[in-house]
Design a protein around this ligand. Structure first.
Ligand SMILES: Cc1cc2nc3c(=O)[nH]c(=O)nc-3n(C[C@H](O)[C@H](O)[C@H](O)COP(=O)(O)OP(=O)(O)OC[C@H]3O[C@@H](n4cnc5c(N)ncnc54)[C@H](O)[C@@H]3O)c2cc1C
Ligand SMILES: Cc1cc2nc3c(=O)[nH]c(=O)nc-3n(C[C@H](O)[C@H](O)[C@H](O)COP(=O)(O)O)c2cc1C
Length: 469
């Protein structure tokens, strides 16, 4: 088929006009995109002063509260148009501080006025000197527990160190007593108001504490009858409404290493933490609780209630707490050295369960208690994992069985050669249980066996993690 020259000219002209219109549309779209980007930039600049650098937000946390608050604070500021550089304190260097003009610190306190473990590289690095930081404006939110002698000790130390560098406070340090729900809420509301001034925003949405969930005690077993120590119980909790007639209630998610917070009915303003000893695939939250005995002989408020007053089928107000510092994280493919005493076996059991489920058997458990005959908690689980090749090595230290007292730290000292071999193969160390005596003794034994530098490097690499109390 042929086209006459007139029609051909018309078609060519139409194609040219269309191409021209297409080009105009592309230019218009491009300009509109640029204009939008310029408007967004102008809005951001209006919120952040000209030439302002991102606001540094550094956090140091042991059991996750400071971490959660830092993430929440970052989200608030981000929504308000502030550019935020969120960093774990252990990753902050002198250079990071020297390049910042404004910095917020959210830090908790552990041990006796000490920094959380993950802050060790900062405490042993930048904080050993006094760099000049006159360009820096800062604020500190310190989390602690007012019943400790060194309330918010690390927050105070950090604040004093920053002042010594010549940095200037944006506002006065805020100390939050996290053991009291009311005091903590007041401190956090104060922090939010001050942040509002820093970011020049009238109303930042208030921090919402995670909600309490209603669970029930489904089963309780006394694990150490005849023990010379206080009684220890295995508890199983199920979401409320989870019964044969109503069918199962969906379980919330958690990971090995996580914690629960429990609100005792007689002291609802002071929740207590417990390490979870199970996985969601178990269908229940398992806890390992020792009934505490106070100096006057009375039972501890929460542990007394959980291990005796509370009856099976009765309600428990609980919330799950992500304990990222004690999760497997990047250590999933590494060999694990799991060290604990007493109820510390709870946090190790969830890890052993996760390792068994993953078919990862390169695990070395070092467990300490008083007497094998009474205090060998979860002995059947451990024997089963050993038999299945899912627990390469188990050492126990029963302090009252031999002529000489022997603790988990003594096992580490005696097995220093094995310890070095496991670490050379890339192993990670998980410690769970009492801080006084056990965890401090284990830390000393580790440092003695492999040196301070190696232990500090393990902390920096996330290969030495602790859930200790
Ligand atoms: C991370 C972590 C994990 C834990 N895991 C376990 C576990 O797996 N198993 C286990 O048995 N225990 C565990 N604990 C200990 C547990 O949280 C309780 O401390 C323990 O059960 C004793 O509590 P209690 O209420 O029985 O004792 P209580 O003597 O009644 O109270 C113990 C503590 O609660 C606080 N407290 C009590 N009353 C007040 C008040 N009026 N005002 C302010 N503070 C108050 C104080 O700090 C006090 O020292 C863990 C603790 C932590 C921090
Ligand atoms: C073993 C242990 C030791 C603690 N030592 C102190 C302390 O010396 N001073 C203090 O103010 N708070 C202390 N606390 C309380 C914590 O700082 C507080 O619970 C905080 O909210 C924890 O925040 P995190 O979850 O971010 O680590 C201690 C808590 C535990 C479990």
């Amino acid at each position: 088929m042929s086209t006459d020259p007139h029609t051909l000219r018309l078609l060519l002209a139409a194609a040219l006009v269309l191409a021209y219109l297409g080009m105009c549309a592309a230019i218009w779209h491009g300009q509109r995109r640029k204009a939008r980007a310029a408007q967004a930039q102008a809005r951001a600049l209006a919120l952040a002063p000209q030439g302002a650098r991102p606001l540094l937000l550094a956090w140091a946390s042991q059991t996750g509260q400071a971490e959660a608050l830092a993430k929440h604070t970052a989200e608030l500021l981000h929504t308000a148009g502030e550019a935020v550089h969120l960093l774990p304190l252990g990753s902050v260097t002198v250079q990071t501080l020297a390049q910042a003009t404004r910095a917020l610190f959210i830090v908790s306190t552990y041990g006796e006025g000490d920094a959380p473990d993950m802050a060790a590289p900062f405490v042993n690095g930048p904080m050993t000197g006094t760099p000049a930081l006159p360009q820096l404006e800062y604020a500190v939110l310190a989390l602690g527990d007012a019943s400790y002698a060194h309330f918010c000790g690390f927050g105070r130390t950090l604040d004093a160190w920053l002042a010594a560098t010549g940095a200037r406070p944006l506002f006065e340090r805020i100390d939050a007593d996290q053991a009291s729900a009311r005091a903590s809420a007041d401190a956090l509301a104060h922090w939010q108001r001050q942040l509002g001034h820093v970011a020049r925003i009238e109303h930042l949405p208030a921090w919402q504490e995670p909600a309490w969930q209603r669970w029930t005690l489904a089963r309780r077993v006394h694990l150490n009858p005849g023990s010379a120590g206080q009684p220890v119980y295995h508890l199983e909790l199920a979401p409320a409404g989870d019964n044969a007639s109503a069918g199962p209630v969906p379980l919330p998610e958690w990971q090995a290493g996580d914690l629960v917070q429990i609100r005792p009915p007689a002291d609802p303003d002071h929740p207590r933490d417990y390490s979870i000893a199970s996985l969601p695939s178990d269908g229940r939250v398992h806890l390992l609780v020792r009934r505490q005995q106070r100096a006057d002989g009375t039972p501890g408020m929460a542990s007394g209630w959980l291990t005796s007053t509370l009856a099976e089928g009765e309600p428990v107000d609980l919330r799950l707490r992500a304990h990222t510092a004690f999760r497997l994280g990047d250590n999933a493919t590494r060999p694990l050295i799991l060290i604990g005493n007493g109820t510390g076996l709870a946090g190790l059991r969830s890890h052993l369960k996760a390792r068994a489920a993953a078919g990862q058997g390169e695990n070395w458990l070092i467990f300490g208690e008083r007497q094998a005959a009474h205090d060998w908690l979860y002995r059947d689980d451990i024997a089963r994992w050993q038999a299945a090749g899912l627990l390469a090595r188990v050492d126990t230290a029963f302090s009252r069985d031999g002529p000489r007292k022997r603790y988990v730290q003594d096992v580490l000292a005696a097995e220093a050669g094995q310890l070095r071999q496991w670490l050379a193969r890339g192993a990670a160390v998980y410690v769970c249980g009492s801080l006084q005596g056990m965890a401090t003794g284990v830390d000393t034994a580790l440092r003695h066996a492999v040196g301070h530098e190696t232990v500090d490097a393990l902390i920096a690499q996330g290969r030495y993690r602790r859930d200790v109390y």
